[in-house]
Design a protein around this ligand. Structure first.
Ligand SMILES: [Zn+2]
Length: 56
């Protein structure tokens, strides 16, 4: 077993190859010491196009 977390879209897609992490540029978590924003990550489903929160 690995500790790789699996995500599942509301459409039922749970193939990690179809679920891509992408930054949600509307939600800045914090700014790095260089001043660049670190965004919250969202999961985008490649099957239906739905974007959802990792924690859901
Ligand atoms: Zn989906």
């Amino acid at each position: 077993m690995t500790d790789y977390k699996r995500f599942k879209c509301s459409c039922g897609e749970e193939n990690p190859r179809k679920l891509h992490e992408e930054p949600d540029k509307t939600q800045v978590l914090y700014y790095s010491m260089q001043g660049t924003p670190v965004y919250k990550k969202k999961i985008k489903c490649g099957t239906c196009g739905n974007v959802f929160d990792k924690s859901s």
